[in-house]
Design a protein around this ligand. Sequence first.
Ligand SMILES: [Zn+2]
Ligand SMILES: [Zn+2]
Length: 333
Amino acid sequence: MNEVTPVGSAPASVQKSPRGKKEANLHFYRLLLVSNVLMWFFCNSLHAQTAEPVTRTSVVLLGTGTPNADPQRSGPAVAVVVDSTAYLIDAGPGVVRRAVAASERHGIAALEPSRLGHVFLTHLHSDHTVGLPDLLFTPWVLERQSPLTVIGPPGSERMMTHLAAAFQEDVYMRLFGLEPANPTGHEARVTETSGGLVFQDERVRVTAFRVPHGSWPVALAYRFDTPDRSIVISGDTGPAEDVMVRACDGCDLLIHEVYAKAGWDRREPVWQRYHAASHTSGPELGHIATRSGARELVLIHQLLWGATPEQLLAEIAASYAGPIHYGNDLDVH
Ligand SMILES: [Zn+2]
Ligand SMILES: [Zn+2]
C-alpha cells in the first residue's frame, strides 16, 4: 500500500529503504512541526502589531490656572484633540498662545491657531472666558476661514454679540483696509444649552451636565465620547457626586477642579463658605472619583492656599485608588 504523504513530502533522494524512509518521514514531520510553530509565532506577533489600537484622542491641558495670575498657569482651557481636530473647553487668558506652545512642543497640528474652531464654555466666569476674544479674532487674523463654534450656558450668545461689537473697528479695518482678511473667520456660531447632548460630529459626541457652582444658574460639565476614549471635564463645581457618577460612569479620564482642604482650613469663614459651595475639596474629590468609577483622575484649577501639591494628592488618595495626575500647563494625557 502506498504511504500517504502530505503535500510537500520529503524529497525522493531520502526515500531509500523502508527504515530510511520512516526516519526521513519522521525528520520531515519534525521540520514541519518546527516550521509550523515558527509560523504561528510570526503570525501572532504580526497580528499583535496590526491589532494594536491606534490612539486617536489626546487631551492637552492648555491652562490649569484660576483667577490668580500665576505666570506658570495660564487661564482655564483644556483641548480634547481627535485626529486633526481640537475641541476646546473654556478659553481663559492666554489660550491661543498656549495652544501654539502645545502644538510646537508636542507636534499637534490641530492646535495651530487657524485650526481652532470649537469651544465649549463651562460657565461665564471671567477667568474661563477672558480668552474668548483671543480665540475669536487671533485665529481669524492667522487665516481661519470658518466661524468659531461656541457652545455654552445661557448668556453665551450675548457675550459673543458684545465681543463682536467691542471689536467692530478692528474687524472693519481688517475687512475693508488693505489687509487680505477673509469675511467669515471672525464670526461666531453660538448654541446655548442647559444640559443634554449638545454636539455631535464624526469624531465626538458631547454631552453637557449641570453642576452646582456658587450662584450661577447654569454651570456645566462636559463629557466627550470619541472613537477610543471617554473624557469628562468638570468645569468649576462644588461637590457634585451624583452628577459625576452619571457623567463619568466608568470614564477613561476625569478632569476635575479641586482645592486643598489643608489650605481651606486656614481661610476666613466668609471665604470658606464661598469655596465650599463653589468648588470641590481633595477629600470630596477622592470619594467622587471612586464612586464615578473614573479610571484616571487629572487635577486642574488647583487652589492650594499654602498647602502643598503632596498634601492635596494625599487628601484625594485617601479614598481613591486610581492614578492621580497633578495637572500642569501643556501636559498631554
Ligand atoms: Zn474658575
Ligand atoms: Zn467659576
